[in-house]
Design a protein. Structure first.
Length: 491
């Protein structure tokens, strides 16, 4: 596929043509979940967004190493350096080992991702499995003079770093603003300043998760895992770092500072951020208690849900908005997505039944060009969907004979729909998949009845023809008469 992919780089605040460090290869790191609760709708958005990017890069012919981490230690309650570890707190409340909690919710996350047809990353490292790498990274920052020890904990010296580099280059903040908006702790903290952040925390006596280090028995700071693991698997420089916009500050800002302090340069060339899913205009998240889990969406069991929504409806709902725009939850929006997805899948089903003609009155190249141009423009999935919908109308015209298409163009059209709807957007026909999972008794019976009906029509036995059609309609099967026969679909 010939292409010039352009991505919005948060670091430069502009769209840039994507050029990998190594021709034909892409290294991509994306922040994954902190596994202390069930995945919710807010987790679906980055998962689907970076699955879309992963799929498109592969469609362009790149060999992609996609690393998505699992945070199973070090993420404290307040996303900073205060409170309990989120997983340790859950373990204490449920009287479990922390790794029982982490394993249970990691498995739940994977099952939800499978349901959403999100492909597995190339590597999925856990923070707890890379303590040695994180300790070594802390040592490098200390040796460079950008960190200090305080009562067994190691903190990053933001002020000293900012004298040489720019702390705030990603989020657009400057240290003066951060100082103004940060409350000093009047000697109650081991930090020199409240805006300094932990690289290594000494564990209190009651803290469950701890490892030995040169400074204390403790655990790494939340930000450290991503600097250490991205470098471990992608090298000191790699192509793309992704994550949710809510991670931009402080998490990603701290990552850049850590990597630059240790290596002398930032690691990622392109920083890509998806926007949030909101509910009543407020970010959806566990900490705010306003989230809807994916399982609740799939079963319709949450009080805010009017019905259950299938995994592909959720995926389509996410893809209908550009990844950098906010996406507000509502039953109306999900129901519209459900109808849109059904319309698209029925169009693809009809495409499979079209018979070729001697000449084409349509050009499938136009669809391919529209879809490729949209994807190249910062992964504009809504425009891809719009192009596919336009061509569903054309497919219906081909089916009723008002347009014609040659065998060669028909195969090209089918190939383009498969590529963009299934391979790149990652959709799947859930009805067809359900049929394939077990024996299909409906199809042969319906086809047999339609054959009988076609014979009745040929004999001008309109009473029998109408009786079969009306009986199928009553059973929830819609019959569509064509010039050369009939098609059918479940209501």
């Amino acid at each position: 596929m010939e292409s010039k992919l352009v991505l919005y780089n948060t670091l430069s605040r502009r769209k840039e043509e994507f050029e990998p460090l190594v021709e034909g290869r892409v290294g991509m790191y994306v922040c994954g979940p902190t596994v202390y609760g069930d995945p919710h709708l807010g987790h679906a958005r980055p998962a689907v967004t970076f699955d879309l990017l992963f799929r498109y890069l592969k469609a362009l012919g790149y060999k992609v190493r996609y690393v998505r981490n699992i945070t199973d230690v070090g993420h404290l309650e307040h996303d900073a350096d205060e409170g309990e570890d989120k997983i340790a707190k859950k373990a204490r409340l449920e009287q479990l080992e922390p790794m029982e909690v982490a394993h249970y919710y990691t498995e739940r996350y994977h099952r939800a991702m499978d349901a959403l047809n999100v492909e597995s990353p190339s590597i999925e490292p856990c923070a707890s499995g890379h303590i040695i790498e994180q300790i070594e990274f802390v040592k490098r920052i200390l040796e460079a003079g950008f960190a200090y020890e305080s009562n067994g904990s190691i903190y990053f010296d933001v002020e000293k770093y900012n004298r040489k580099y720019h702390y705030g280059c990603l989020s657009g903040r400057n240290l003066e603003d951060i100082v103004t908006n940060t409350r000093e702790l009047d000697g109650q903290s081991d930090k020199h300043h409240s805006y300094d952040f932990a690289l290594w925390k000494k564990a209190s006596p009651e803290h469950i998760m701890r490892w030995p280090s040169p400074w204390s028995d403790g655990f790494p700071g939340w930000h450290m895992e991503c600097s250490a693991m991205s470098t471990r698997y992608l090298g000191e420089r790699f192509d793309i770092h992704g994550g949710g916009m809510d991670l931009m500050f402080p998490h990603h800002e701290c990552e850049i500072a850590q990597s630059t302090a240790a290596l002398g340069h930032d690691s990622a060339r392109y920083w890509v951020h998806n926007n949030m899913i909101t509910i009543n205009g407020q970010k959806m998240g566990k900490s705010l208690g306003n989230f809807i889990t994916l399982e609740e969406l799939f079963t319709g069991s949450h009080r805010l849900l009017a019905q259950a929504y299938s995994p592909m409806t959720i995926r389509f709902f996410v893809l209908q908005a550009h990844y950098r725009s906010t996406l507000d939850f509502s039953n109306e929006a999900l129901q519209a997505a459900e109808k849109g997805l059904d319309r698209l899948m029925k169009g693809i089903e009809t495409l499979g039944k079209i018979r070729p003609s001697a000449v084409s009155t349509v050009s499938p190249d136009e669809l391919e060009e529209r879809c490729r141009t949209a994807m190249d423009d910062d992964l504009n999935s809504p425009m891809v969907i719009s192009a596919l919908f336009d061509w569903v109308r054309t497919i219906n015209q081909l089916a009723d004979g008002t347009q014609t298409i040659t065998a060669e163009d028909l195969e090209k059209l089918r190939r383009t729909f498969r590529l963009y709807a299934f391979d790149i957007l990652g959709l799947r026909d859930e009805k067809a998949a359900g049929t394939a999972s077990g024996r299909d008794y409906v199809t042969p019976l319906v086809e047999m009845l339609l054959d009988i009906r076609q014979g009745a029509k040929s004999s001008k036995d309109w009473a029998t023809s109408d009786r079969i059609r009306d009986g199928l309609t009553a059973a929830g099967i819609r019959v569509k008469d064509r010039k050369d026969g009939s098609d059918w679909e479940l209501e």
